[in-house]
Design a protein around this ligand. Structure first.
Ligand SMILES: [Zn+2]
Length: 188
């Protein structure tokens, strides 16, 4: 922790870099529209976890909307899913433009509901991404040359990489459309 100050620009940059400039909760790319917020996973305010104000493991990088919506909420019996420490796929899954709770996970449900991960603005953006991916998949399959088709599918697979916006949504869409790393046309 540089200077014991979580707002120090090096801390924000490190957090930003560690999540590719994406919000840890909604996977929006933050840094091209906003500086992003340093998120206290366990809230520092309201006398809750003041001792964790500067604790590196309690800091994340979030968009202003998620950070504001989450505010000082914290549920000891069902903490928010922390993508820095665990695989969100154990608690949530993507279907189309929506997130759903997996296996009845209370933590997944609280994370979706209390941070607003199915808010209308996100659904619109995810849906636009899904339509773009579907169009691109069709275009790839229409390429006659197997070599060029594979190159195009490879490039499309990259869109589901961890550095990309809404990568969980894109990866799910690619799998649903039959394009994934196990596809011989891609893996070869
Ligand atoms: Zn967000």
């Amino acid at each position: 922790m540089a200077d014991g100050n979580y707002k120090h620009h090096l801390n924000k940059k490190a957090l930003n870099d560690s999540n590719y400039g994406k919000c840890m909760y909604c996977e929006s790319k933050v840094t091209h529209i906003d500086f992003g917020d340093v998120e206290h996973i366990k809230p520092k305010a309201a006398g809750l976890f003041p001792e964790l104000e500067f604790a590196w493991e309690n800091l994340g990088f979030a968009c202003a909307v998620c950070n504001t919506t989450k505010s000082n909420k914290y549920f000891n019996e069902a903490p928010f899913v922390n993508p820095y420490e665990e695989d969100p796929a154990e608690h949530l899954y993507v279907f189309g433009a929506l997130l759903f709770t997996k296996n009845g996970s209370e933590r997944g449900e609280i994370t979706i509901k209390e941070i607003g991960l199915n808010r209308s603005g996100l659904i619109e953006q995810r849906a636009a991404k899904i339509r773009a991916i579907a169009t691109a998949v069709d275009a790839c399959h229409r390429i006659k040359s197997p070599h060029l088709r594979k190159a195009a599918l490879d490039a499309l697979m990259d869109e589901g990489g961890p550095d990309k916006e809404f990568s969980a949504v894109v990866a799910a869409q690619l799998r649903a459309s039959g394009v994934d790393a196990d596809d011989p046309a891609v893996a070869a």
